[in-house]
Design a binder for this molecule. Sequence first.
Ligand code: SF4
Length: 319
Amino acid sequence: MVSDRWPNLPDMTAEPVTTQQPEPSPEVPAELPATVRASLSPSRAADFKTCPLLYRFRSIDRLPERPTVEQARGTLVHAVLERLFDLPATGRTPDAAGDLVSPQWDRLVTEQPELSGLFADGDEQATAAFLRSAAGLLEGYFTVEDPRRLEPAERESLISAVVDGELLIRGYLDRLDVAPDGALRVVDYKTGGAPREAFEARALFQLKFYALVLWRTRGVVPRVLRLLYLKDAEVCDYAPDAEELVRFERTVVALWRAIEAATAAQDFRPRPSRLCDWCSHQALCPSYGGTPPPFPVRVATPDPLRDARTTPVPPGADE
Ligand code: SF4
């Protein structure tokens, strides 16, 4: 169902959209402009907004986080949905999606061996239950969209833009649809089992981030930012406008300046919230009686563009 807490918008799934195969992404500059001196992904920006200390743990200390079953399920479902659109339109059925689950899991485990540690060796029952739960989320997907009537323009595309002359913002889109009239719809799949109210502001922040990149690189404000909550089989649409994106751009730049100031002062404070329940670093957090590790020395001579040279959080892995 379409949430009534969001503006009613034309359902772009009602009509097939144009087929556009991904091109070598024009948004990823082959060479960064000389003025660019930092980069920011929506996930890391949202981390700082949520809790500066969480940003520090993830982006500066780079503390490892063991993947959770929920994150692995999100990565798997995103992978299946991406591959589903490789099939001819008529073949994009629930059964076909179900058939992709196990091979995609095998592929992910091969590429990310740490995922194999989620289940005890030989615990086939747990693995089978996990795969069934992913298939259940895919069933939720089919209740809100008919992929036989869609031809996404792009899937899992890395897009980027320079804002304020100095900051490269970039991230992965789950999906971009382009209507025959050129209207853009940004689609983000949400697979988390946590109460979505806890994450909705973060999800919308990420979508606006993508909208800003698309606007800055293509000159078009996306008509629709769509969140597909697969567990709840619910669609939330949001229509941004240019003025809002101008304000949002200022917010992103201000956030980046705040990150720079916090880094210079080595001062990242905890900001406890409901999201702490999903934080991997409570044991090191003063709000939970912990002590953060010493501030990394390497930050004294930072490589501010290091994030521009690494891969942002892939789709589905940050839910
Ligand atoms: S436990 Fe909460 S306050 Fe502490 S670092 Fe994590 S998100 Fe921030």
